[in-house]
Design a protein around this ligand. Structure first.
Ligand code: PMP
Length: 447
């Protein structure tokens, strides 16, 4: 249905337009190639569409301005790092005051107790610790799970993403064997030794795998959000809880992205009962931090090791972790953002986004779909998949690249390696409609 020659021609003209419009970003990118590996401070930044990434000048609310002076409707929001909207004034003030009063002392600050209480109030788990990133939190949690169960393996969903966590960079091959995820660099240990992989939405496969008795925990997103959005089928998450309990496998819910479902993530929205929960990215208003919570039972079992004499070399925690700065960032963010009243604004905007995209898809009779979870929406080039492998089979990098570049050239930023829009309370209906209009033009040009 998509004419590939036409797609290539459109891409070439959009590439030229991008280069013409971004002379300052081009110059900065050329200079950065001198001192930065791959010319960027973090390798994923090479995955933005266009010959080089635009350099950001400033960002506020749902808008971002680049160094060439272009203003964008920012639907990427730092790939969820800025899910609250950029630069919330209350957070900016609180963080600036905290830096002026000392950012890090490896001591708790006045905000520490508040942060634990608020995370408990939102997610239900009674005891919390901080981490620098969601990756970091996931690594610690896997370590605790192996320690507590004495079992060697970690189970994850096929085509999941949980950060740069070695055990989780694994997928199933066509014969059902656990293999490194395509693209994973230098695995420290063969993932077949560390990881069990099961398809999402498949309780029988989970039952069979956990029955082998070697799995410490199941680490999962309650809806997959890193291979498009794949929602759980009715009853699936209840089944996951029942099966994991029955096999003595700890259930770790990673809410880093599914926090988009509401103030307490999918755990609160859907009444989940994880043993451990990880949340990261947005909770610090852009200051690097994450948190993990544990159930009463796990807290009781961990109190011993956590107070142990050698906890400083136990493989959990870190020097800048739980700093006064991070605690202030979380306190001010959770005081002023990601509250019910914020989702009441952002979710209808995401619904509007999804409705607009769905209409364009239907108008052109395309076999695509758009999925939404709270204030996050994403389109994908297939009918709604049931699991990650089906979603992965529909990845179309050329098509995605064109749509992203087309949007970027017309003032709308989408998340690279996703077709994802995250809506925050600072966005407007006009912002959403701008995307719909641009998306409709791109699809019309293509078909
Ligand atoms: N968990 C999930 C569900 C994620 O989507 C991500 C990042 N996309 C992470 C963990 C890791 O977050 P970070 O890169 O901030 O460590």
């Amino acid at each position: 249905m998509i004419d590939r020659d036409r797609l290539a021609r459109l891409r070439a003209s959009e590439e030229d337009r991008f280069v013409e419009q971004h002379p300052r970003s081009a110059a900065l990118a050329a200079r950065a190639r001198g001192g930065l590996l791959a010319g960027v401070p973090m390798p994923w930044m090479t995955r933005w569409p266009g010959a080089f990434p635009v350099s950001v000048a400033s960002a506020s609310g749902g808008r971002l301005v680049d160094v060439d002076g272009h203003e964008f409707v920012d639907l990427c929001l730092g790939d969820t790092g800025a899910m609250t909207g950029h630069a919330l004034p209350a957070v900016t003030t609180a963080v600036a005051e905290r830096i002026a009063a000392g950012a890090t002392a490896m001591l708790p600050s006045e905000d520490a107790a508040w942060v634990g209480e608020e995370l408990t109030r939102r997610f239900g788990l009674p005891a919390w610790q901080l981490a620098i990133s969601a990756t970091d939190a996931n690594r610690f949690v896997l370590r605790f799970a192996r320690h507590l169960t004495g079992r060697p393996r970690v189970a994850v969903m096929d085509w999941c993403y949980h950060g740069t966590v070695d055990e989780s960079l694994a997928v199933l091959d066509a014969d059902g064997r656990v293999v490194p995820r395509p693209g994973a660099l230098g695995p420290q240990v063969d993932v077949a030794e560390t990881t069990a992989v099961v398809p999402f939405n498949d309780l029988d496969a989970l039952e069979r795998r956990l029955a082998e008795g070697d799995v410490a925990c199941l680490l999962m997103e309650p809806a997959l959000t890193n291979i498009g959005i794949v929602l759980p089928e009715p009853g699936y998450l209840d089944g996951v809880r029942e099966v994991t309990r029955r096999h003595g496998v700890l259930l770790v819910v990673d809410e880093t992205h599914t926090m988009c479902a509401g103030p307490g993530g999918a755990t609160a929205a859907w009444g989940l009962e994880p043993d451990l929960l990880v949340v990261g990215k947005a909770i610090g208003g852009g200051i690097p931090c994450a948190a993990y919570g544990v159930s009463v039972e796990i807290a009781e079992r961990l109190n011993g090791p956590m107070l142990g004499h050698e906890i400083d070399v136990a493989g959990v925690g870190g020097t800048l972790t739980g700093s006064a700065l991070a605690l202030t960032a979380i306190r001010s963010t959770l005081t002023h953002a990601l509250r019910p009243e914020d989702f009441e604004v952002a979710v209808p905007l995401a619904e509007r986004f999804a409705d607009g995209v769905a209409e364009v898809i239907a108008e052109h009779g395309l076999p695509w779909h758009v999925q939404r979870l709270g204030c996050r929406a994403e389109y994908w080039f297939c009918p709604p998949p049931r699991d990650g492998a089906a979603a992965a089979a529909a990845v179309d990098e050329d098509l995605e690249g064109l749509l992203h570049l087309w949007c970027l050239n017309r003032g709308v930023l989408l998340t690279p390696f996703h077709n994802m829009a995250l809506l925050c309370p600072a966005h407007t209906e006009a912002d959403v409609d701008r995307h719909t209009e641009v998306f409709a033009e791109a699809v019309a040009a293509l078909t």
